[in-house]
Design a binder for this molecule. Structure first.
Ligand code: NAP
Length: 310
């Protein structure tokens, strides 16, 4: 029997997931097909019903369904529930279980390719959408010392900061407070740059405050994406980027994004989102198949799908 897995999104045409997952199945000699399922929101529940069939391994989930699938699943793992977004569904004998592998993919790439250890560091996240949520939760779980969230819509940044504060406080409050140097019970969310998790509006002055003394910037906005209305746009200019920090752009097409170009000019280290894309895919692959994902094969297939050399 050929088994099926695929990407649920709307639209999904430009995804490179099919290329690298199919390459992994073929490399391991598995009879499996990775499909692109363009599903409008009103058809989501019906499509999930199909995923329960024995010939379906599950699915990846992308924009705009990452949050909407949650109430339609039988079980959602703890991290995905805390993040509030599912990017992987596994069909476990007719029961649909949701996971978030973006967080793991981000962290693997940060350590392995960015050579960055988050413990005690100071991070700035640009954006407060689904990807920013995964990045923020996992950075806090890994002991980042402080987190600044800068977003165009400041209320969304503030809302995320509040949730993060609650999420981490309920976990290990004593440990986290010692690491950040803040006192137990001190409010962590302020707009004036104090505390461990700070929400900022997106303005030159607030960006300057957020970036001052940071070690890591993560772009979780689509600014700079090839073929989008933001192609050629960088969220930051070279003059505002501190030298020697790591700038990690979740955008991977083009590979040298406008932000990474500005970062190089500023003397910062850079990492694009391609390795995260492959590592999150590898984690999904392992959840569906129980087999170790062939990461090198997947990376080569992703690069080829993007028209990049070996
Ligand atoms: P999302 O939930 O739609 O969030 C988008 C975020 O970008 C929001 O915070 C939004 O701000 C901000 N934004 C959008 N346009 C902006 C603009 N013109 N100026 C400033 N801010 C802007 O999307 P997402 O799922 O988080 O994805 C964000 C990016 O990460 C996408 O490019 C996606 O492809 C990429 N991503 C990459 C990987 C990977 O594996 N490499 C994984 C996941 C996501 P407002 O709140 O103000 O609207």
């Amino acid at each position: 029997m050929t088994v099926t897995v695929g990407l649920l999104g709307y639209p999904v045409k430009h995804s490179v997931s099919a290329a690298f997952h199919q390459a992994a199945f073929d490399h391991l000699g598995m009879k499996a097909e990775y499909m692109l399922w363009e599903v409008p929101p009103e058809d989501l529940a019906e499509k999930l019903g199909e995923l329960r069939n024995p010939d379906h391994l599950g699915a990846n989930v992308t924009i705009p369904h990452k949050e909407a699938v949650i109430p339609l699943l039988d079980h959602v793992d703890t991290l995905a529930r805390r993040i509030g977004a599912v990017n992987t569904i596994v069909n476990q004998g007719g029961h649909l279980v949701g996971f978030n592998t973006d967080a793991q993919g981000f962290m693997t790439a940060l350590r392995r390719d960015g050579e960055f250890e988050p413990l005690g560091g100071r991070a700035v996240i640009l954006g407060a959408g689904g990807a920013a949520r995964a990045v923020a939760f996992v950075l806090l779980d890994e002991g980042i010392g402080s987190l600044a969230i800068v977003n165009r819509n400041p209320d969304r940044a503030q809302g995320l900061a509040r949730e993060l504060e609650q999420g981490t406080r309920s976990k290990e409050p004593g440990k986290r407070n010692r690491e950040s140097g803040t006192r137990a019970g001190e409010p962590g969310i302020k707009r004036n740059g104090q505390g461990r998790i700070v929400a900022y509006s997106w303005e030159p002055e607030t960006l300057k405050l957020a970036l001052d003394g940071c070690d890591l910037v993560v772009n979780c906005t689509p600014l700079g994406t090839l073929g989008s209305q933001w192609e050629g746009h960088s969220p930051l200019s070279a003059a505002s980027i501190p030298p020697r920090i790591l700038v990690y752009d979740l955008v991977y097409n083009p590979p040298e994004t406008p932000l990474l170009g500005e970062s190089l000019k500023a003397g910062a280290r850079t990492l694009n989102g391609l390795t995260m894309l492959v590592y999150q895919g590898a984690a999904s692959f392992q959840l569906w198949t129980g087999r170790k994902a062939p990461v090198e094969v997947m990376t080569a297939a992703a690069r080829s799908a993007l028209g990049l050399g070996g």
